[in-house]
Design a protein around this ligand. Sequence first.
Ligand SMILES: C[S@@+](CC[C@H](N)C(=O)[O-])C[C@H]1O[C@@H](n2cnc3c(N)ncnc32)[C@H](O)[C@@H]1O
Length: 273
Amino acid sequence: MSAHEPWQLVGTSAELYERYLVPSITALWATDLVSRANPRSGDRVLDVACGTGIVARTASERMSSGRIVGLDINDGMLAVARSIPMGGGPLVEWMEGSALQLPFPEDAFDLVLCQLGLQFFPNQSLALNEMFRVLRTEGRVAVSVYSAIENTPVAHGLVDALDRHLGPGASKIKRSEHSFTAPSELHHLATKAGFRDVTVETVTQTIRFTSPREYVRLQIAATPMAVMVAEMESAEREAVIDGITNEVKGILQNSDGEELSSPQEAFVMLGKK
Ligand SMILES: C[S@@+](CC[C@H](N)C(=O)[O-])C[C@H]1O[C@@H](n2cnc3c(N)ncnc32)[C@H](O)[C@@H]1O
């Protein structure tokens, strides 16, 4: 994509998230998480913090029957999820709701999935208690969170530049994605909620964008960081993107104009009720 392409690609942040960040980032994690969780035909599956629905759709592709619910607190993300055609597996029921108060009775699901959402919840213990409550006995849980930001060079390179160009604290949202720094933290939360046979594996994917500028631009446009530049004139916004890109370029790419690729690390937890 050209460096001069206007900021506003057509679409909301949620649409940009689905169009660009899902294929480059979260689809990789969804394939991994769903394959570890191994949904079976006939299962009742809940995807907590489903966003635009990549995990629920990936689960559906592996099932010929069953119930799949995708739940998220953000109606913009759910609107995009609803607009995406499904494959041949069970249709997904998209529901607005909070991970802290799941709108389901006990024993409602055989499998609960939660990808890259737990770190954002204001009460992570409560969210895991809720996942435990809605599972049947012997039901399975699979949860992923990013690890320490230092282990994802592309994100680590971005955060200091964000603070310098957009003001102190601008990187708070990005840093909060990486609030888990050791597998034991996730393990402890899961066992405290009652889960047994808990394992937490450290997993690395390679994420790719067409250029460092494209990465910087989408990290701002297609995430909650969009509010920080929403009021800016187009020229000012482009200058901020250029400034941040120039600062982090050395870390984000091998040479100017080339594809950006970076390892991205996460913790993946599996457990049983
Ligand atoms: C990084 S996105 C991940 C979305 C999706 N799981 C994926 O992998 O593409 C985090 C999601 O968590 C959702 N979220 C944040 N707090 C939540 C809460 N308390 N309850 C439910 N969803 C929440 C956000 O709306 C957002 O869609």
